[in-house]
Write a protein that binds this ligand. Structure first.
Ligand SMILES: Cc1cc2nc3c(=O)[nH]c(=O)nc-3n(C[C@H](O)[C@H](O)[C@H](O)COP(=O)(O)O)c2cc1C
Length: 274
């Protein structure tokens, strides 16, 4: 049986799947023919599911993606542009959290949504490490503070350029400007030797932040943490990622303590038109 199947009772032979396949792997061989995969289609298919998603008749399925199992969707189910504009512009990095853990089901849900981020060739290289245990988040924060100590001695100009002196002093006063007292930390990791790992993780973590906001959670990129997780051997060992993997994006997550009432300005876009 082919990895691509056509329900001949539903198919209208409109050629939409042929036009849509990003790799040109589907053809209709004659006037009375139904769509079929071209020769090497199975090896080349990236399982992006566009052929399944675009068919208005639910006629096309892949072995791993039956049309009837894919959630139905219509454009009129989407929020309008005004709502989306407000949603995108009102998202904020959350740095003050309630002292309340997030149930695992909610953390799983934001990660599930983040899985819909685009990735080159639909390779979906992102893996997730969730530091669910708040005490462990605090232990790892101490390791980032240790890394800052090391950096302030080893490369003071760079460390000061990133305000590590101030962040470290705050940490010693009991103020956490590293992970902001967040109850949880989510780390996107992927094989270090896979060049598209960085953009894939960056985009997935961006989706994660947007998903968190939509679900009433708050999140913030953990830039200091991720740098330490990339360069500081004790933290790299503590994370114990799969062999060959690196951390490409980390996010604090919890329930936001405050809400926002205004949208701050951003720079006017710098655009060149040609
Ligand atoms: C890659 C990256 C790393 C960041 N690292 C940190 C961080 O370590 N700590 C922090 O408080 N905010 C961090 N931020 C959040 C930015 O400061 C924030 O996005 C920016 O000030 C704009 O605010 P907004 O996200 O609320 O619009 C980071 C953002 C990005 C994109």
């Amino acid at each position: 049986m082919s990895f691509l199947t056509i329900d001949q009772d539903r198919c209208k032979r409109d050629g939409i799947c042929v036009a849509e396949c990003p790799l040109g792997l589907i053809e209709i061989k004659g006037e009375d023919a139904f769509p079929s995969p071209i020769g090497p289609a199975q090896e080349l298919c990236i399982t992006c599911g566009h052929c399944v998603a675009v068919c208005p008749h639910g006629a096309l399925s892949l072995t791993s993606m039956k049309s009837d199992n894919c959630a139905p969707f219509r454009n009129n189910m989407l929020p309008g542009p005004e709502q989306l504009e407000l949603y995108l512009k009102s998202r904020r990095s959350i740095r003050v959290y309630k002292d309340k853990p997030v149930p695992r089901a909610e953390l799983t849900q934001v990660i599930d949504w983040a899985g819909y981020a685009p990735s080159g060739h639909n390779a979906q290289p992102v893996h997730w490490l969730v530091i669910e245990d708040t005490a462990e988040v605090r232990r790892l924060t101490q390791m980032v503070a240790d890394w800052m100590d090391f950096m302030l001695k080893d490369n003071p100009a760079m460390a000061k350029a990133y305000h590590m002196d101030l962040v470290k002093m705050a940490w010693e006063r009991g103020q956490d400007r590293i992970l902001r007292g967040a109850p949880h930390l989510i780390i996107a990791h992927a094989p270090k030797d896979y060049p598209p790992a960085l953009p894939a993780c960056t985009i997935a973590v961006t989706y994660l932040e947007l998903a968190a906001y939509a679900l009433g959670l708050g999140a913030c990129w953990a830039g200091y943490f991720n740098a330490a997780a990339t360069f500081f051997p004790p933290l790299i060992s503590a994370l114990d990622l799969p062999a060959g993997h690196g951390s490409f994006g980390s996010m604090m997550i919890g329930y936001p303590k405050f809400t926002y009432h205004r949208i701050p300005f951003r720079n006017t876009p710098r655009i060149m038109w040609r």
